[in-house]
Ligand binder design. Structure first.
Ligand code: FAD
Length: 374
C-alpha cells in the first residue's frame, strides 16, 4: 500500500483479515497529520438525495463502521445523527428515500426545526431530514486505531518517512526515495491529494486539487447542552453551502462552507488566510446566534483531490495487479470501509461485490483512459 490515509489503512486491515502479508509505506509518519483523512471528525450521513444506490451503500458503510469499532477495540463513531436542511418537498422525498433504503429518518417541518435547534438560525421556509443511522466519525482516532491494530498482526510492515517515487502495476513494484524497490503480488496507490505525482500524465491532468478552510470553535458553556443534542449538519440549507460538525466527544465545533473551497495548483501551506476566516465568520454570523472571533480556537486549510469529469472519486486500474485510489472527492471517508473491502478483493484476485457507486465499481483503465461503460 502506498499511502497511510484511511483508504490504504482500512484496505490493509481487510487484506490482513484475509490472511495476506501487507507493507504500508508513507512519506510521513503513519498516520500523518497532513493527510486529508487526519482531522478531528468526518460526517457519515446516508442520505444522497435522488440516489437510492448511494444511500443504500452509505447505510451499509454505517453498519461496517460499527463492526470496525468492535474489531479495532476503539470507540470512534459518535452516532449523533445527521440533519440535512432542505426545502420541505425535498425533505419529504429524502425521508421517503431513506425509509425505502431501510434507514430510520424523520422529516422535520420548518416549525419543528426552529423548536429543536433554537441555537441555530435556519431559513424559516426550510424543512429537514434527520437521520439516526448517521453521525460523526472521529477521523484521527480511526487512523490511530487502524495502526495500533495492524502493528500487532503477523505479516505487516509499516514503512514511515519514505515517499514512493515510482509505481508499476505490472510486476507490482514501488520505488522509494532511498532507491529501495518493494515488490509484491499487488500494489495500491492511495495518496490522496498527492496523487498527481504518482499517476500517468493522462490521468494526472484530469485530477483537480481543492483547498478548503475550516474554523474550530468552543461553544459557550450555557449552550453546551443544546450543542450536545445537535446532530452533524452536512447542509444548513444555505445558497453558499455552509455545514457544521457539532462538538462531540470533546472535539471542537467545526464550521466551513463550499464558498471557501477553491481550486489550487499545488499543495503549499495549511494556514488559513484572513480573508477566508472573515468570510466564514460573516457567513456563520447569520446561522449561529452569538458566534464571533471569541469562539474560534483554531483554523486550518485542508486539501483533497477529485476527478474533473465527475467532481467525485476515481479508481484507476494501473495494469497487472495495480490499482490507484486516485481521487477521493468529499465523501470517501464515510465510504472507506466499503471501498477498502472492494480494493482488497481486487488486489487479491477476488471479484468485488458492487458498492453501487459507478466511480468505485468501474475503474478507469490507465492504459486506455476513457471511462468504462457504467
Ligand atoms: C475539508 C474536508 C472535509 C471532508 N469531509 C468529509 C466528510 O464529512 N465525510 C467524508 O466521508 N469525507 C470527507 N472528506 C473526504 C475525506 O476526508 C477523504 O476522501 C479521505 O480522507 C481521503 O483519504 P485517502 O486515504 O484517500 O487520502 P489521505 O488521507 O490524504 O492519505 C494519503 C496518504 O498518502 C501519503 N502520501 C502522499 N504521497 C506519498 C508518496 N509519494 N509516497 C508515500 N506516501 C505518500 C500521505 O502522506 C498521506 O498519509 C473531507 C475532505 C476535506 C478536505
Amino acid at each position: 500500500m502506498v499511502g497511510g490515509g484511511v483508504i490504504a489503512l482500512l484496505t490493509a486491515v481487510e487484506c490482513v483479515l484475509g490472511g495476506h502479508q501487507v507493507t504500508v509505506v508513507d512519506q510521513g509518519p503513519i498516520p500523518f497529520s497532513r493527510a486529508t483523512s487526519f482531522d478531528q471528525h468526518r460526517i457519515l450521513r446516508a442520505l444522497h438525495p435522488a440516489d437510492p444506490p448511494a444511500t443504500a451503500a452509505a447505510l451499509r458503510a454505517h453498519r461496517r463502521w460499527l463492526e470496525l469499532e468492535e474489531l479495532l477495540s476503539t470507540r470512534f463513531y459518535e452516532q449523533v445523527g445527521a440533519l440535512t436542511v432542505l426545502p420541505p418537498e425535498a425533505a419529504a422525498a429524502g425521508a421517503l428515500l431513506l425509509g425505502d433504503a431501510g434507514g430510520d429518518a424523520r422529516e422535520l417541518t420548518p416549525a419543528s426545526l426552529a423548536d429543536r435547534y433554537p441555537h441555530l438560525y435556519l431559513d424559516g421556509a426550510l424543512g429537514g431530514v434527520l437521520e439516526d443511522e448517521a453521525g460523526v466519525l472521529l477521523a484521527d482516532r480511526v487512523l490511530n486505531a487502524c495502526v495500533a491494530w495492524l502493528k500487532w498482526q503477523p505479516g505487516i510492515e509499516l514503512i514511515e518517512h519514505r515517499a514512493a517515487t515510482e509505481v508499476h502495476g505490472d510486476g507490482a513494484a514501488v520505488r522509494l526515495t532511498d532507491g529501495r524497490v518493494l515488490r509484491g503480488d499487488a500494489v495500491l496507490v492511495a495518496v490522496g491529494p498527492w496523487s498527481r505525482g504518482l499517476l500517468p500524465p493522462g490521468i494526472a491532468e484530469r485530477l483537480v486539487l481543492s483547498r478548503q478552510s475550516l474554523l474550530y470553535c468552543r461553544v459557550p458553556r450555557q449552550q453546551a447542552a443544546a450543542w450536545a443534542a445537535t446532530p452533524a449538519v452536512p447542509s444548513l440549507g444555505t445558497r453558499r453551502g455552509a455545514w457544521l460538525i457539532p462538538p462531540v466527544a470533546g472535539t471542537a465545533l467545526k464550521i466551513t462552507s463550499a464558498s471557501v473551497c477553491r481550486t489550487v495548483d499545488e499543495i503549499t501551506d495549511y494556514g488559513t488566510e484572513d480573508v477566508f476566516r472573515r468570510q466564514l465568520e460573516a457567513e456563520f454570523a447569520d446561522l449561529i446566534p452569538g458566534i464571533g472571533p471569541a469562539w474560534i480556537t483554531d483554523a486550518k486549510d485542508a486539501y483533497y483531490m477529485s476527478f474533473a469529469d465527475t467532481g467525485g472519486p476515481l479508481l484507476v486500474a494501473l495494469g497487472g495487479t495495480g490499482y490507484a485510489y486516485a481521487a477521493c472527492g468529499g465523501t470517501s471517508f464515510k465510504f472507506a470501509p466499503l471501498i477498502a473491502r472492494s480494493l482488497a478483493d481486487r488486489l487479491t484476485g477476488t471479484d468485488p461485490s458492487p458498492i453501487g457507486i459507478a466511480a468505485l465499481d468501474h475503474p478507469l483503465d490507465a492504459r486506455t483512459p476513457v471511462p468504462a461503460a457504467v
